[in-house]
Design a protein around this ligand. Structure first.
Ligand code: PLP
Length: 459
């Protein structure tokens, strides 16, 4: 590109030069996404200055909401004090302090923290730790990773390989290292089976897979407490305790991917112990740790696990995995300010107080014929709409989204699943407003489908 090229508008610049995540390649250069310039509290403002409720909370990350002066101040003062240090050769105060703070928030003995640049790199680093762990323990075959169908763990090659989804992928995967288990999805539960029996059946499947593969080949099990991008799938109540016990029995590391559920989404710093009743070996976090103000991720790891491969047990090895921006001082300062806001405003207690109202509002949408399922926990939920095939599901999701936007709400349809995970500071009245808009958008979509003679045959 010539430097003398004339100035263009941002949208035009995006159309010509920006390759975005999940780019529709058939439309490259012809379609631009909405250009956002400003956000405040729970609202995004469109190009005409219209306020829209941020239903998905950015990408499940805008916990404390937008426009916080305190965040700007913490970030700016750290930029002036020390904007960068090489984590390979030195440490910085905010990263050390943040590690200490997070260690007080994690369950059990998960008291060491490794920082990365986001969720995918955190998952990747946790999985590389599994390789380090078993190589040092001289168990080179114990490396396969157990994952669940419908998971999403990120976009590095390894994290993406751990994310088996119904949608066809144009990418290659690290298949030989991955073993796929069923999703704990209530929609797959055979008729007549109770939730508890479903949990037991999933655990029995896990044991069968271990018998088939051999525990000596299985290094880790990775699981989101709630399968978020997979469609907000909440497992049976007994599921995680059963899976945890099986992992412990076979020395398979249990990695909880709390990239979405960490930092308040389910009303607790982490959901593993408080909601799922288990203490994992590693917890992966990102998103909410800075409320999306700057990128950061990481994992917390059990001291008991670390002790097995450190000190004299390290056999002189380095955990030589890391990033130029591991423990970035500006990101760490932002995370500390974010945590301070959580505490001062008692955001976790607020989430626990309003979550039942949010979930009841979502469940009330079942009154519409177009709505085939409603799922959720804490301040995350999903309204699934009908559709006879993938194209129709996609079109219906897009239609609900468009009506919502016109009425002042952004939703994030994953095909026909309208996902809501609003900023955690959302008030009861704003939850009502969000539900009213969604209800109206569903009514309008039903009316469109009737008028166009497109009503799904499946309902
Ligand atoms: N893990 C989970 C559960 C996620 O939902 C995501 C992203 O949505 C990731 C990992 C990847 O995080 P990032 O996009 O920050 O790399």
């Amino acid at each position: 590109m010539s430097v003398t090229e004339p100035q263009t508008t941002s949208s035009e610049a995006a159309r010509r030069h920006l390759l975005s995540p999940a780019e529709d390649m058939a439309k490259l250069g012809s379609a631009a996404r909405p250009l956002l310039r400003h956000a405040e509290g729970i609202h995004l403002f469109d190009a005409d200055g219209r306020a829209l409720i941020d239903g998905p909370g950015g990408m499940w990350c805008s916990q404390i909401g937008y426009g916080r002066q305190e965040m700007a101040d913490a970030i700016a003062s750290q930029v002036m004090a020390l904007p960068y240090n090489s984590p390979w050769h030195s440490i910085n105060g905010p990263a050390a302090e943040l590690a200490r703070r997070i260690a007080t928030l994690t369950p059990g003995d998960l008291d060491h923290i490794f920082f990365t640049t986001g969720g995918s790199t955190a998952v990747d680093s946790a999985l590389r730790f599994v390789q380090y762990f078993n190589n040092v323990l001289e168990r080179p075959a114990k490396k396969k990773i157990l994952v669940r169908y419908r998971s999403y763990h990120g976009s590095t090659e390894l994290a993406a390989s751990c994310s088996p989804r119904p949608q066809a992928s144009p990418f290659d995967t690290a298949d030989p290292k991955i073993v796929v288990l069923s999703s704990p999805d209530a929609r797959d539960r055979p008729a007549g089976m109770s939730e508890e029996e479903h949990g037991l059946a999933l655990a029995a499947e896990f044991e069968r897979v271990i018998a088939r593969e051999g525990a000596e080949t299985l290094g880790a099990f990775i699981a989101e407490p709630v399968q978020a991008s997979g469609g907000v799938i909440v497992p049976p109540a007994n599921y995680f305790a059963l899976m945890r016990a099986i992992c412990a029995q076979h020395d398979i590391l249990f990695i909880a991917d709390e990239v979405v559920t960490g930092f308040g989404r389910l009303g607790h710093w982490f959901a593993s112990e408080a909601v799922m009743g288990i203490v994992p070996d590693l917890i992966v976090f990102a998103k909410g740790v800075t409320s999306g103000y700057v990128p950061m991720g990481g994992f917390a790891i059990s001291d008991r696990i670390l002790a097995r491969v450190s000190g004299e047990h390290a056999k002189g090895r380095y955990f030589s995995n890391g990033y130029t921006y591991s423990g970035h001082p500006v990101a760490a300062a932002a995370a500390l300010a974010n945590i301070a806001i959580f505490e001062r405003e008692e955001i976790l207690a607020h989430v626990r107080a309003v979550a039942p109202h949010f979930q009841a509002g979502l469940r009330a949408l079942r009154r519409y014929r177009l709505v085939t399922d409603v799922r959720g926990a804490g301040l995350v939920g999903c309204v699934e709409c009908a559709g006879d095939d993938d194209a129709m599901k996609q079109a219906i999701g897009a239609r609900v989204d468009r009506h919502c936007q016109e009425l002042g709400l952004v939703v994030r349809p994953i095909v026909n699943n309208c996902v809501l995970s609003p900023p955690l500071i959302i008030k009861r009245a704003e939850i009502d407003q969000m539900m009213d808009i969604l209800a109206k958008a569903i009514e309008l979509t039903e009316a469109d489908l009737m008028a166009e003679d497109l009503w799904p045959k499946s309902i």
